[in-house]
Each structure stands twice: as C-alpha cells, then as structure tokens.
Ligand binder design. Structure first.
Ligand code: EPU
Length: 418
C-alpha cells in the first residue's frame, strides 16, 4: 500500500499545467463506442479511472491503443460483446455510461452496477427512468442492469433532479434513437457540454448542451474523428486552493477561466489576489485569509467536487465560516480526518460550521474518497509537521501525477510504500 507524505508548511510558487478533465473523459471514452470508426482522444488525463476504462473496453473486444501518454486511439469496429459485467466495470462509478453508449448499437445490453460508493448512496434511478422513457426495457437483477433497446425511440424526458450522469447517459442513448429526444432540467456542467461536442463531431445532432434543455435528433450512425478533452475544472480548482492555503503565488495554466468563476469569487472574498488571462489564472495569497460562507450547487454554482478542498481552506481562515453541501447527502466523512489534524469543524446535517485555526497539526490521516484525499494534501501544505496520507489509490483515480506537479511548484511531498 502506498502513502503520501507531505512535510508541512510549504509555500507554493510557479506554474502548474492542468490535465484533461476526468469527468469528461470518463463519458467520452464510452461515447466512442457509438462511433463506427476510429476515434483519437487527445489531452487524455493519465489517471487510474482512464486505465480502468481502457481495460473495460478491451474486454469488450474494442481496440484501444495509447499513441502516447495523453493520446488514446479507440477502434470500436472490432467490438465483440455488449455485456460488461466484470470486476473493472464495478470499480469505476462512471461505468454506468456503458449503458447509454451500448444501447443504440446493440439493443441487448448488460452492465454491472457500479460498486464501492465512497460517499453514501449514489442512485441511478433517473438514468433508468430516462432509458424507459426512450422505450428501453430495463431490469435490474443480481446487481446487473439488463437493457433491451429493441424499441428505442426519441422522447421527452424531464429529470426530477439535475443529474450530470443521467443527462449524459440519456444523451448517449438518444444519439441513435429514431426521432427527437428533449431532456429538460438537464445538467449544465462543462463535461456535459464536452461530451455533446464530442458526439456532434462524430455526426450526432445535439443542441442546447450547457443550458437546461438539450435536444437530440437521432441519426443512423456515427463516424470516427479526433477530439481534445477540456481541461479539468476540479484539478484546476484544487491547485488554486493549494496556492491560497500555502500563502503562495501560483499560475494555473491550460484552463478555461470561465469554468472557475464561482471559486474565483470566493477566493477574492477571502482576500486572495487573482489575475486571469485567456487560459490561465494566477492566485496570490499572503496566508491571511478571511472567513466566508459557501454553498455547493449545480453548475455554474460552487462545485461539490471542490467542497472538501474548500472546507480545508476555510479551516485555516480567520473567523467563522459555513459550508453547506447541497448536492450529495453525505460528503463530509473526511471532516473526522481534518479534526484529527486540529481543525475546528462541527457538522450540523448538510452544514459544516468551521472556526479557523492558524495551521494544522501533523499526523496520519486517510483519503476517504478522491476529493477528500486532495483535501488531506492541502492540509499538509499548511501543517506544523508531517502529514501522512493513506488510501492514495483514491487520489490516483482522478489527479494526474499529483506529487510531481506539486513538487515542481515547491511542495515537499513524497510517495512511500508501506
Ligand atoms: N441522483 C439521484 N438519482 C440519480 C442520479 C443522481 O438521486 O439517478 C442524485 C445524487 O444522489 C446526487 C445528485 O442527484 O444527490 C447529483 O448526482 P449526479 O447524477 O449529478 O452525479 P454523478 O453524475 O453520479 C458526477 C460526477 C461527480 C460529481 C457529481 C455532481 C462524474 C463521473 N462524476 O456524478 O464527481 O460530484 O456529478 O457534480 O461525472 C468527483 O469527481 O469527485 C465526483 C464525485
């Protein structure tokens, strides 16, 4: 088992280049299955979730070749099976996209339910409701979702709640469905738009992605093509918070600054200096941070995937802050870990009441999930002594070369084998 050791009290400075977006690539790789041609995907993040998806596609008979570390060639013309039920499928949450991706081409599809929820219940009822609206028969048996899309056709789908996964999954299924599908109350996250742009590049007819009404006119088939994944909004936000917490001066490059508006507003409120260019944001901070209140919301609100990182920052701001989690029911498991490091945080349902301390104590903590793991690293940038983080596998699922990128901007962080 590997651990990360962060030495404590590091001031970060320099430039960090952001990788392709995890939550876009985990939709775009399965989306490539719909294409009856070769897809080249560039700006591929080198993360565990991608490795797992490549294995899953290969198990279906799809040719996947890494042309270099960040470019993937997918040839789904060789696909042999529409049954995805092995262990790799269960490891990645986003394997639910295999349902939408396979249904248009193969009609009879079986996909294992993704396991290992790391922050409470993560239902997929809206995905299933959407498929049923499109005429698909769905049965869930022994943790396997069995779909029959013989009567797949366009339809109107109104989502009961804004769901990124359901929006993308229904969009994937609708691409080859006869007629028009309209998704109302759709998610507007950048990765929804990126997936729609990818599909349109392959010949799909999708309009309205990025608004709450998406319209998909079914087409006969999709061809191959080349596509570059957008930069990762959450990785970018994590490094911006790293600059702020360490009293540093960091230029976060290769990003779409517009995606960072909600975080920029909060960092400015806390007293950070922010400079923005076409594809970068520079964050300067003097460690003297003001308390503030944050509520997570769907895009363009403050992202839940930056919630643990933001709580960690507020934990060392002057005064009392609150952080309200509005997206997930139970995304505060990591708070216990921060408290072990001296943080003063009290939970009251969906609200974390935070009283700022000067800096964290050293100690041993674990990454309870991906973003919680990032939060532990951030705490280590402002701790009196060493912080040792276990369960690093979670962090590797979503952050490309995290310790290399951090070391290059001055962090004292190393990976050890236990
Ligand atoms: N929900 C339902 N039923 C559904 C679907 C969702 O009740 O059928 C609820 C969820 O329980 C949650 C809310 O709706 O309370 C939003 O869930 P959503 O479907 O939007 O989440 P997701 O698609 O499963 C993606 C990201 C998450 C991110 C959320 C919210 C991917 C692969 N994952 O999950 O990312 O937190 O959207 O933005 O895109 C992460 O990167 O760390 C991560 C967890």
């Amino acid at each position: 088992m590997e651990k990360l050791v962060v030495a404590g009290n590091n001031r970060l400075s320099g430039e960090v280049v952001i990788s392709g977006a995890k939550n876009a690539v985990v939709a775009i790789i399965p989306a490539a299955i719909i294409a009856q041609g070769v897809c080249i995907i560039e700006n591929l993040p080198c993360i565990e979730d991608v490795t797992c998806f490549i294995t899953t596609l290969r198990n279906l008979g799809i040719k996947c070749e890494l042309l270099n570390e960040n470019t993937l060639k997918i040839d789904s013309t060789t696909i042999e099976s529409s049954i995805a039920i092995n262990d790799d499928v269960k490891k990645i949450r986003a394997s639910y996209y295999l349902m939408g991706a396979l249904i248009g081409r193969f009609k009879k599809v079986e996909v294992a339910l993704p396991g290992g929820c790391n922050f409470g219940s993560r239902p997929i009822d809206q995905h299933i409701r959407g498929f049923k609206a499109l005429g698909v028969d769905v049965i869930v048996e022994d943790n396997i979702v069995k779909l029959d899309g013989t009567n797949l056709k366009g339809a109107n789908v109104y989502l009961d709640m804004v769901s990124v996964g359901a929006t993308i999954n229904i969009m994937l299924a609708a691409v080859l469905a006869k007629g028009v599908t309209v998704i109302e109350n759709a998610a507007k996250e950048p990765h929804v738009v990126d997936t729609a742009n990818f599909l349109n590049m392959l010949g799909a007819k999708i309009t309205g992605a990025g608004t709450d009404v998406i319209r998909i006119t079914g087409v006969e088939k999709l061809h191959g093509g080349e596509y570059t994944i957008i930069p990762d909004q959450i990785e970018a936000g994590t490094y911006m918070i790293a600059a702020a917490i360490s009293g540093g001066d960091v230029c976060v490059k290769n990003i779409i600054p517009k995606h960072m508006d909600s975080l920029v507003a909060k960092l400015e409120e806390m007293g950070c200096d922010i400079e923005q260019g076409d594809d970068y944001i520079r964050v300067k901070s003097d460690k003297d941070l003001k308390a503030t209140n944050v509520k997570t919301m769907v895009y363009p609100g403050f992202p839940t995937d930056l919630q643990p990182q933001m709580t960690t920052l507020l934990a060392v701001a002057n005064g009392k802050s609150t952080l309200t989690e509005n997206v997930w029911e139970n995304r505060f498991q990591y708070v216990e870990q921060l408290k072990k490091l001296g943080a003063k945080i009290e939970l009251d349902g969906r609200v974390a009441n935070i009283e700022g301390i000067e800096e964290f104590e050293g100690g041993e903590v674990k990454a309870t999930d991906l973003r919680a793991g990032a939060a532990m690293i951030l705490a280590g940038l402002r701790s009196k002594s060493e912080i040792i983080i276990s369960n690093v596998k979670y962090i590797d699922r979503g952050y490309e070369k995290v310790e290399h990128k951090l070391r290059a901007i001055g962090a004292d962080i190393r990976r050890i084998k236990d």
